[in-house]
Design a protein around this ligand. Sequence first.
Ligand code: ARG
Length: 461
Amino acid sequence: MSNRLWGTRFSKKTSALTDKFTSSISFDKRLAEYDILGSIAHAKMLGKQKIIPKGDSNLIVKGLRSILSDLKKGKFKFDLKAEDIHSNIQDLLFKKIGKPAFKLHTARSRNDQIALDIKMYLKDEIDNLSELITEMQGAILRLAGRNSKIIIPGYTHLQVAQCVLLAHHLLSYIEGLERDKGRLFDAKKRADVLPLGACAFSGTGLPIDRGFVAVELGFKNVTANSIDSVSDRDFIIEVLADLSILSVRLSRMAEDLILWSTKEFSFIDIDFSFCTGSSIMPHKKNPDILELIRGSVGKIQGDLSSVLILMKGLPSSYNRDLQLDKPPLFDAIDTVKDMLEIFIPLFENIIIEKEAIVAKLNDESLFSVDIVEYLIKKGISYREAHDIIGRMVKDCLDKGKKISDLSAQELKIYSPKLKPDIRKILNAQASVNLKKSYGGTSFNSVSKQIKNWSKRLRDTF
Ligand code: ARG
């Protein structure tokens, strides 16, 4: 087992159960790289400030670099009996350079060290997540671009509502994903503040240079209050909240696709490579991936709840409870990355069932709002127009008639302003093209959105 960073004041050995129960190495081992990089910057600063001799500082940095290279080559010896990754690394350093290793922990505590490690990890993971989100947006945009002329019946309350361009619907996902990215970047800004130098919680009497460490590690700023530096886990909660919102979006997108792939809708076909079968029903082709994406949201919301409850009522400064912030954080990040990673190729391979979609556009109730607006343009109030068209739709439904089959005389019964020229707008193309309002579903508006997003996403890379 790694040597402990404490213990001389203990008159007895700790029980093996205590060691097992308190150890965090099984999960904080994934912070190894950040821990080493943080230690390199810290050791350089200690040397520069003459807190430790320059020769020792150089030796420590060299030793740590060699541990880092071992880590990258997969040769790092994780000691699963160590208390944590900090002790594991300290121990390996001692084995490499001997006694000067003992000087590394000068003017530092594991309390500020762990806060640093998580912030460094999070900043990198936010960049990785954001890249994946951008790739996802790209996959959706390409699907929209390939099918920019396809009109689908749109739904509210899951009841047939009005025609929209399929691309318009897909672009709505891209908008939401952009907000998700923005939220993560906002969280990154607040996490980009160096906590190292807070030591246990009160700072230090040694002449450290926190600004130097911040520059070395690429932090924008240093924390202004040492107690806050070791107490704070807002940055974890923020990211978990952001991931919860993102995962809710992914679940809703998954649900749309699940519905669209049913026989009842038949809007899309999900490629075989992203479906599964049934052990009893030979005909089945199930959208299990999408269902698992939908189902994973519970896990991520659970991770958020777990950290919120962990933090509730916790006394200020460092408490060991804080060790338990990491498993839910890692779980949420891993899960969301997995969800995005599989959603991207699934989107790339979606087949649009054009003929089945066109067949669904004959339903004239899709155009009722267009006829209301036709009457409004002729000076009838919205309320009256709604009533007139409501009566007409009801009669047609009751008598099994189509609006487009009504004669001039029959139309007049509802309003003298209703003329047979309404037939011109009783089709999906016309209906969509009437929605010229900014952000609406007209061909022109949607093609502008596609152009705009192509440029924005290209600029991101
Ligand atoms: N494993 C601890 C954590 O994750 C590291 C800090 C421990 N600090 C201490 N004073 N025991 O929070």
